[in-house]
Design a binder for this molecule. Sequence first.
Ligand code: HEC
Ligand code: HEC
Length: 252
Amino acid sequence: MRHCRLPYSRSLSLATAALALTLALWPAQTRAQGREDEKPTNLKILPADISHEELRAVMGGFSSALGVRCDHCHVMEGQKRDFASDDKEHKQAAGGMMLLTKSINDSLAKVMGRESVMQVECVTCHRGQEEPRTLRGVLAETTAKEGAEAAVKKYRELRGQYYGRGSYDFGENALIETTQDLERRKAEPAALLPLLQLNLEFFPQSAGTHVQVGRVLLKTGQKAEAMTPFEEAQKLEPDNRRIQRQIQELTK
Ligand code: HEC
Ligand code: HEC
C-alpha cells in the first residue's frame, strides 16, 4: 500500500503540539482557578462522599444530554470558576430536574408492577437539547407566530445542526404530521403547502406527502389542481386503496 501524506498533516502536528502544551498547563490552571478537583462543598442531591470520577461522569452526562458545556450551569468567567455557586439559574433548574428524574424513577417500578425497569435519565427527555422540544412543536409554533416560510427556514436550520443526532425526528412523516397539527389548529391551508413542498425535496418518493398536498388543495377549493398530486401518489403506491378511492371521487 502506498503511503499517502495528507495535505493537512503539518497543521495537524502543530495542533497536536498545541494540545500537548495545553494539557501540560491545564492541571496547574484548574487548581489555581477553582475547585473542580477539590472536595465538593455544596452538593444538595448527590451523595457528599461521591468520588471525583463519579461526579465528573454525572456532570459529563448532564452536559451531553443537554448539548451544553459546564458553563451553562456553572459560574466560569475567565479566571473565576466557582462550581459550588448556585448563582446560575440553569444550575437551579438542573437541581429541580434531578429531583424530578429521581421521582419518576422511584414511581416507575410501582407503575409497571415489576422491579426491573429502565432508568429515566436526563437524555431520555432532552436528547441533546437545552429544552426538549419536538420538531412538530417547534414548526407548528414557528408557523403560527411567523408564517410558513419562517418554518421552512427553521426546518433547514435544525436539520443542518441536528441531523443524525436523535434530537429531532427528520423522518418522512414529521412534516406531514406537522401540517396535520396545524390543520387542527385551524391554520390557513395555503400556509401548509411550503412545508409539504419542503418534505418532497427530502422525500420525493413520499406518497403520503403527495396525498396531503392533494387534500390541502381540495381544502382551498382547487379541485383540478388536486388531481396531479393524487395521481403522483398513485404512481408511487399503485395498490393503495385510499388513494384509488380519492381519485375515483375526484373524477366523478
Ligand atoms: C445542566 C446543568 C449542569 C451542567 C451542564 C454541569 N453541571 Fe455541575 N452541577 C450541577 C448541579 C445541579 C450540581 C449540584 C448537584 C447537587 O446538588 O447534588 C452540580 C455540581 C457540580 C460540582 C460540585 C460543586 C460543589 O462544590 O458542590 C462540580 C465540581 C461540578 N458540578 C462540575 C461540573 C463540570 C466539570 C461540568 C462540565 C463537564 C458540569 N459540572 C456541568 C449542574 C450542572
Ligand atoms: C421527563 C422529562 C425530563 C427529564 C427526565 C429531564 N428534563 Fe430537564 N426539562 C424538561 C422539560 C420539558 C423542560 C422545559 C420546561 C419548560 O421550560 O417549559 C426542561 C428544562 C430543563 C432545564 C432548563 C432549561 C435550560 O435552558 O437550561 C434544565 C437546566 C434541565 N431541564 C436539566 C435537566 C437535567 C440535568 C436532567 C437530568 C437530571 C433533566 N433535565 C431531566 C424535561 C425533562
